[in-house]
Structures are given as structure tokens and as C-alpha cells.
Design a protein around this ligand. Structure first.
Ligand SMILES: *[C@@H]1O[C@H](CO)[C@@H](O)[C@H](O)[C@H]1NC(C)=O
Ligand SMILES: *[C@@H]1O[C@H](CO)[C@@H](O)[C@H](O)[C@H]1NC(C)=O
Ligand SMILES: *[C@@H]1O[C@H](CO)[C@@H](O)[C@H](O)[C@H]1NC(C)=O
Length: 408
């Protein structure tokens, strides 16, 4: 049945007005929040730890670190065929971010003679938000790398000096760059927890960790950055390394996803404090976009939709070879908390025999696993996390990478 004419006309007018209102508010917010001449991301600068490291720790030296096996296969086996220093079987979120922006993969800062035209990756596996001296003073376990966030920021400043010709040029580069400030801070807690510190004690360092992240973000904003993404922590109670460490026999220690409640609550504590601090930062820098990337909820999205995620396996005979390498059939629900590569046990994680060490084994189908080595994710899980973060609403305010790539 057709609507009476007057009602449909009214509806039309209401729609017209509301679409105008949306158009006006979105254009005014984009001009006020991003400054003029804002279109296009020409470079990405990434700070962080093993979640984003594309080869820095490998160049610092992995000997005598708990990550020594990242220098060997099967790390990198899926996409590269050799270890690149990435803590995964293939690509990381930062690689998918670069792809979405139409840029090549970011080179690690410590790769001498690398081309840094499109940005630099300063992230170092094992790095902390706080300096090593902080942990020494507190009598806590010392990180195996000294390349903290503060040190990485120092690298960025000296890098910037070498590439810009004038202050104006520097400002222009800052305005056209995307800054990934993290994920960082996860290791500050990892060292403490794996050093057997109780949660209450680890909680006392949260304000310092958040403070360090915010200080770094503020320095970048003061230097002229207008687009920052600051990620929070993962739900660490769902990570095989932690599930193995705690290994509680008490069913009430686990939530409906079989994750450890106390550790997820701890990660949320960090994330809530971080988001509150980001809100303050936004008031101080109203012309910048300072987005929070919700790694916590994006990861839970994967657990909750593991077998329903889009299938990329199409049996097209002509394209069979091309497609088979990209084939993704969803994650195996039986293995959501098991490492694809590891030294055995309920979660296939053994801190004394990390993936790649003698006696460990790797499943032949990494794309059916969320966890690669019990600490880090598989390429497939990182791909979906990145997609959810930048296209599924888990980064707010939202940052649409493909749009930023296209506008010139
Ligand atoms: C690693 O440890 C071994 C034995 O403790 C030592 O001989 C070697 O020099 C160390 N290597 C590095 C790079 O520190
Ligand atoms: C780096 O790569 C860009 C783009 O491919 C190129 O234009 C530039 O000349 C390269 N720089 C160096 C120093 O090789
Ligand atoms: C980190 O710094 C401390 C103190 O300066 C030093 O003793 C230690 O050797 C450094 N570690 C690495 C891995 O460079």
C-alpha cells in the first residue's frame, strides 16, 4: 500500500533535512578537527613492541632474549618464507594499515640504508612504555631491550632532523603523517606478571605506564602531529601464555570465553585509565584527531565470531592457485586458546620452549588459529583485527584509512 502523498512528502523533507544536517556536521567536524589542507596520509610512524615490530629487535640482537627463536622459521613462513623479525607467521596489523593507505610495508628504523620515504617503524619487540631504570628502581624484572617508548621517540626526533629541510617542511610532514603510538605498555606488565608479581602490585605501575604513553603522544602533538592512534591492551586473560602461567583449576577464575577474569579486569584497568587520559588530551589539542584503538574489544570480537568470520575460500578452478594461498575458512573453535606453534601442553605454550625452539612443532594450517606462538597472533587474526579496528568501529573516533589514502 502506498503512503498518502502528504506523508511521503513530509518524510522526504525530513530525510532531506537530516541528511543535510549530517553533511554539515561531518564537514564542519572534519575541518575543525583536522585543519586545512589535510587530505592524504603520506607517511606512517609507528612506536611500540612486538605487536608492531617489523625487524628492529632482530637487528638489535635477539641472543639471550626470550625471543631468540623469532630469528628462525617458522616465523615469517606464510607470507615471506623467511623470518623478518615480525613476531608472527606473516603480516602484522601495521602491515595491513600500510596496505590500506596504499603505502609499502614500513621499514624498521634499525635497518640501515632502508628507504624511509613512507615512514618508519620504531617498534621493538620486548619494549616497554617505561624506561629500564624504572624497573631497576622498583626491583622488578629488567626488560631485555632498552628501547623503551622514550628511546623510540628520541629515534624519531633524530630521524626527523635528517629528513626535513626547514621547520615548515617538518610541520608539513607531521600534518600528513599517521602516528601509531603503541600498542605499548603490555610488556611493562608482562615482565612483572611473568616475574610472579601479584596483580595488586602490578596495578601500582599502571598510572606510570599510562603517563609515559600520554607524554609521548603529547610530544608528538607539540611537534605538529594531527592524527594519532593510541591502542589499548589486549584481553591478556585470553592469551595462551597467561592461561598457561596461571593454569587455575578453579572454574570461577574463567569467564564465558574461557579467559581469566582477573587478568582481563587488569587489562581493562589500564585501558580505562588510558582512555580517560586521552579524553583530556583531546581537550588540549582540539585540532588533532586522537583516536583510541580498542584492541581489547576487537580481540573479543574474534573470539565471539571465530567460525562465522568471512570465508575467502572460493573454488574457482581458473584462479585456484592464486586463491588457495589466501584461503581463510574461519578460526577453529577448538583452538581459540591454543598456540599454532609451541612446545606442547594444554595451550601449546611452554615458556622454556618457545615456538621455533628445538622440540616445538607448528600446525600446518596457521590461518585456523588466532594465536601464533602463545603471545602473538597469526597473520589471519591480525588481518581481521585491523579490519575491525579501522572498518568495524573499534577505533574511535573512526579513522578511515582507505579514504585517507585516496584523497590527494
Ligand atoms: C649470551 O649468553 C652467553 C652465555 O651466557 C654468552 O657467552 C654470550 O656472549 C651472550 N651473547 C650476547 C650477544 O650477549
Ligand atoms: C625511496 O623510494 C621512493 C619511492 O619509491 C623513491 O622516490 C626514492 O628515490 C627512494 N629514495 C632513496 C634514497 O632511494
Ligand atoms: C640496558 O641499559 C643498562 C643500563 O644502562 C645496561 O646495563 C644494559 O646492558 C642495557 N641492556 C641492553 C640490552 O642494551
Amino acid at each position: 500500500m502506498a503512503l498518502p502523498k502528504c506523508i511521503s512528502l513530509l518524510l522526504f523533507i525530513v530525510l532531506l533535512i537530516s541528511s543535510r544536517a549530517v553533511a554539515v556536521s561531518s564537514s564542519s567536524s572534519s575541518s575543525s578537527s583536522s585543519g586545512d589542507n589535510d587530505c592524504g596520509i603520506k607517511a606512517v610512524y609507528s612506536f611500540g613492541d612486538s605487536i608492531a615490530d617489523t625487524g628492529n629487535l632482530l637487528r638489535e640482537g635477539v641472543d639471550n632474549t626470550s625471543f631468540s627463536s623469532i630469528a628462525r622459521l617458522p616465523y615469517g613462513e606464510t607470507t615471506f618464507g623467511y623470518p623478518t623479525g615480525r613476531c608472527s607467521n606473516g603480516l602484522l596489523m601495521i602491515d595491513f594499515i600500510a596496505k590500506d593507505l596504499g603505502l609499502p610495508y614500513l621499514n624498521p628504523y634499525l635497518e640501515k640504508d632502508a628507504n624511509f620515504t613512507y615512514g618508519v617503524n620504531f617498534a621493538v619487540a620486548g619494549a616497554t612504555a617505561l624506561d629500564a631504570s624504572f624497573f631497576a628502581e622498583k626491583g622488578m624484572m629488567i626488560p631485555f631491550t632498552n628501547s623503551s617508548l622514550h628511546v623510540q621517540l628520541g629515534w624519531f626526533k633524530s630521524h626527523l632532523k635528517t629528513i626535513c629541510s626547514s621547520e615548515e617542511d617538518c610541520g608539513e610532514r607531521m600534518r600528513h603523517a599517521l602516528f601509531m603510538v603503541g600498542e605499548i605498555g603490555g610488556n611493562d606488565y608482562n615482565y612483572a606478571f611473568f616475574g610472579k608479581k601479584p596483580i595488586q602490585e602490578v596495578a601500582t605501575i599502571v598510572p606510570y605506564v599510562v603517563g609515559s604513553i600520554i607524554t609521548a603522544a603529547k610530544e608528538l602533538l607539540d611537534m605538529g602531529a594531527v592524527r594519532l592512534v593510541i591502542p589499548g591492551n589486549f584481553p591478556i586473560g585470553c592469551i595462551p601464555a597467561y592461561l598457561t602461567l596461571v593454569n587455575s583449576v578453579n572454574p570461577s577464575a574463567y569467564d564465558e570465553n574461557d579467559c581469566l577474569i582477573d587478568l582481563n579486569t587488569f587489562a581493562m584497568l589500564h585501558n580505562v585509565k588510558l582512555q580517560k587520559a586521552i579524553e583530556v588530551l583531546r581537550l588540549l589539542y582540539p585540532n588533532a584527531v586522537i583516536a583510541y584503538a580498542d584492541y581489547f574489544r576487537a580481540f573479543l570480537y574474534i573470539l565471539n565470531n571465530a567460525d562465522k568470520l568471512e570465508h575467502t575460500c572460493k573454488f574457482d578452478l581458473f584462479m585456484f592457485n592464486a586463491l588457495i594461498t589466501d584461503c581463510f575458512e574461519g578460526f577453529n573453535k577448538k583452538f581459540l586458546h591454543q598456540a599454532c606453534c609451541g612446545g606442547g601442553g594444554g595451550y601449546n605454550f611452554d615458556a622454556a620452549a618457545m615456538c621455533g625452539a628445538p622440540g616445538t612443532s607448528v600446525d600446518r594450517n596457521p590461518s585456523s588459529f588466532v594465536s601464533w606462538d602463545g603471545i602473538h597472533l597469526t597473520q589471519e587474526a591480525y588481518r581481521i583485527m585491523e579490519k575491525q579496528l579501522f572498518g568495524g568501529g573499534y577505533t574511535y573516533p573512526s579513522i578511515e584509512l582507505t579514504k585517507l589514502a585516496k584523497c590527494q
